[in-house]
Design a protein around this ligand. Structure first.
Ligand code: HEC
Ligand code: HEC
Length: 301
């Protein structure tokens, strides 16, 4: 906040408090010692009103809350840029909370770090912690149930673009992953895209147009084998998924596959090493590694 605004806020805040004090003291009248209250001089439809003063305790409550506000504004931030005598900040309070939580959980995380991921994936306490970390760091992209969205992989189905061993998952988390599928529209043209789409669909054993797929097979052999392999089984080093399973990252309709081919795809999994320490990445690795089994997916890599 600039100094000008700060002064503006301070003047308004203190001015209000002062104004309230003045209003209360000025309108305060003492109860008639004889206990006889005067009548107001207005009358409506035969109804009159006592001119009773405000009860004393009520006045003191007002003055008390004004005093409280002043003391609060001296101790805590609230008056423009003035930080308050206690030096309290919301980030400071958060950091202190986090330090307390870390100190509490650190021994546990250190013990988990010494346990192999395969074993940790069976540990209910580690699974709960993994779930919580997943909710904080991963769910916004992969969904809170880890089933993903188009373009954001489902981590529960046992299909892995980059590999499902603990070491492969750990590398995915630590360094992130950048997938590079080139755009084939300019190379193949619309007919070529249509034919190659038919061939990609045939790879998964789905119903297809034989003739178009045969033409597409030639495009595939020339342009795609290097990354997706001669049988379409993919390449985990490149993040090129298996095209024979019928499970797709971006979706399996003809239009979506044609769009993948025409414009290319560049999925990015952000690196987590700046956000999470080694122990937390280890717990998440075990959590993700165990997801397909816990969801009853058949063993696959
Ligand atoms: C340079 C390597 C490379 C080449 C060559 C390549 N791809 Fe890909 N392809 C990839 C990668 C990597 C991905 C994953 C993209 C992502 O995750 O964002 C991919 C994704 C795809 C997808 C989407 C799969 C899904 O799960 O949604 C299809 C379909 C596909 N490729 C087909 C082809 C076809 C057909 C060709 C040849 C015309 C081809 N690719 C050529 C690397 C390649
Ligand atoms: C900003 C979005 C985003 C966040 C946050 C994110 N991911 Fe990802 N993740 C992706 C995308 C996109 C891919 C797919 C990259 C590609 O195209 O291959 C991916 C891929 C993965 C893969 C590889 C899947 C495979 O098929 O091999 C794993 C494992 C994974 N993420 C786990 C996690 C975990 C655990 C977290 C939390 C620590 C996380 N991700 C956070 C977007 C995200």
């Amino acid at each position: 906040m600039s100094t000008g605004w700060s002064v503006f806020v301070i003047v308004i805040t203190l001015g209000m408090l002062l104004g309230f004090t003045w209003l209360i003291l000025n309108t305060r009248r003492i109860q008639d010692p004889n206990g006889a209250n005067k009548l107001n001089d207005h009358e409506f439809d035969g109804i009159t009103e006592y001119d009773a003063p405000m009860p004393e305790w009520f006045t003191w409550m007002f003055l008390g809350s004004i005093a409280f506000a002043l003391i609060y504004l001296i101790l805590y931030p609230g008056l423009g840029n003035f930080p308050g005598l206690l030096g309290w900040t919301s980030t400071g309070a958060l950091e202190a909370d986090q330090r307390r939580a870390e100190a509490r959980f650190d021994p546990l995380f250190q013990r988990f770090l010494r346990t192999p991921a395969e074993e940790l994936a069976e540990n209910p306490q580690a699974i709960r912690m993994g779930e919580r970390l997943f909710g904080n760091y991963c769910a916004q992209c992969h969904g809170s149930d880890a089933r993903g969205f188009p373009g954001f992989p489902n981590l529960t189905d046992g299909h892995w673009s980059w590999g499902g061993t603990p070491e492969q998952i750990r590398m995915t988390l630590v360094n992130g992953r950048v997938a590079a599928m080139p755009a084939w529209g300019p190379v193949l043209g619309e007919d070529g895209i249509r034919d190659t789409t038919e061939f990609v669909i045939s790879l998964a054993g789905r119903e297809h147009d034989e003739e178009a797929a045969a033409r597409g097979a030639e495009h595939y052999a020339r342009n795609c084998v290097a990354c997706h392999g001669p049988e379409g089984r993919g390449n985990q080093a490149l993040g090129a998924g298996d095209l024979t399973t019928g499970v797709y990252l971006y979706g399996g309709s003809r239009e979506t596959i044609a769009a993948s081919l025409r414009d290319g795809r560049n999925g990015v999994m952000p690196a987590q090493s700046d956000l999470l320490d080694e122990a937390r990445i280890h717990v998440l690795t075990a959590f993700v590694y165990g997801l397909p089994r816990r969801h009853g997916a058949t063993e696959r890599e």
